[in-house]
Design a binder for this molecule. Structure first.
Ligand code: NDP
Length: 294
């Protein structure tokens, strides 16, 4: 049976360290770290994601400013908001809830976030440096940073391993593959046009699942002993639940956990860790800003 990587418990340990840092900043300077979350329009999952971030901030004493903009807002207005937040001394991290509506160019918005406040790590300069050999980004995007921490704390090495990333989105799949490459894995990316992807996944020592397809990856596709990180966060109907749904990953956990060496559950795996990395970056940014401007 696989070791289940308990992202919730690991997150809790890191979050109590972050809460301590927040307390120290408040005692020493009377200042509180601030995270701004910009949400444009409402997509299926965005209210849940925004709420999770707001709750996590509140628990740690971080101020969370949610800027909700209507679906029809213009790109210029979103950029104006970003400029205001860049100038706001109480905001130390800015996160744009992705994806943005189609009429807004994501890159135009993300590149306007000041590098110092780019807590999601999606600024083109950060991603560009991540993609280049010999360059170091200011910070890694939260999604790959989350699984790197989980693998490291679970004693799973990356160097020389064969990794397969399922999905190539700007938010998860692509940055995950870049981070694994930088960590000296041999990386293959598969996507919706890949044929016979199960044969490719079978060769992987490390599988990063980020397709958004409920339980698509079967236990028989997993190489015995592999480390499986499941980003999938899919709501499926479940009349036995009060909410009417339950969350499942992209991996069939029941089957895969009998074959893998390590596996993250859904919920309680990489999801809470991604938010924890966001909080960590926000507090680091606040510390840098407050110490410099005190
Ligand atoms: P996207 O829909 O943007 O991307 C999905 C990717 O998976 C695409 O590259 C797509 O290929 C590929 N894909 C879709 N279906 C298949 C298939 N049948 N076989 C192979 N590849 C496929 O999703 P995101 O990257 O934003 O999110 C992926 C999942 O991760 C979702 O469940 C989301 O909720 C979750 N998520 C979790 C986070 C966390 O912190 N835990 C953070 C963000 C997302 P193509 O490019 O060809 O279309």
């Amino acid at each position: 049976m696989a070791t289940v990587i308990d992202g919730k418990a690991i997150s809790q340990t890191i979050r109590s360290q972050i809460a301590n840092e927040v307390r120290l900043l408040s005692q020493k300077y009377g200042k509180v770290p601030g995270l701004a979350v910009v949400a444009v329009g409402i997509t299926k999952d965005s209210p849940r994601y925004v709420e999770m971030k707001r709750k996590a901030c509140t628990e740690l004493g971080i101020k969370c400013l949610v800027v909700e903009l209507p679906e029809q807002v213009s790109e210029a207005e979103v950029i104006n908001q970003v400029h205001d937040l860049n100038a706001n001394p109480h905001v130390h991290g800015i996160l744009i809830q992705l994806p943005l509506p189609k009429h807004i160019n994501e890159e135009n918005v993300l590149t306007e976030i000041s590098l110092e406040k780019d807590v999601d790590g999606f600024h083109s300069l950060n991603i560009g440096k991540l993609a280049m050999k010999g360059r170091e980004p200011l910070r890694l995007p939260c999604t790959p940073k989350a699984f790197l921490e989980l693998l490291e704390r679970s004693g799973v090495g990356i160097k020389g391993k064969r990794a397969v990333v399922v999905g190539r989105s700007n938010i998860v799949g692509l940055p995950a593959s870049l981070v694994l490459l930088k960590a000296d894995a041999t990386v293959t990316i598969v996507h919706s046009h890949t044929s016979q992807l199960e044969n490719i996944i079978r060769e992987a020592d490390i599988v990063i699942a980020a397709a958004g397809q409920p339980m698509m990856i079967k236990g028989s596709w997993i190489k015995p002993g592999a480390a499986v990180i499941d980003f999938g966060n899919n709501a499926v109907d479940d009349p036995t639940k009060k909410s009417g749904y339950r969350l499942v990953g992209d991996v069939d956990f029941e089957e895969a956990s009998k074959i893998a060496g390590w596996i993250t559950p859904v919920p309680g795996g990489v999801g809470p860790m991604t938010i924890t990395m966001l909080l960590k970056y926000t507090v680091e940014g606040a510390k840098r800003y407050i110490e410099k401007n005190n």
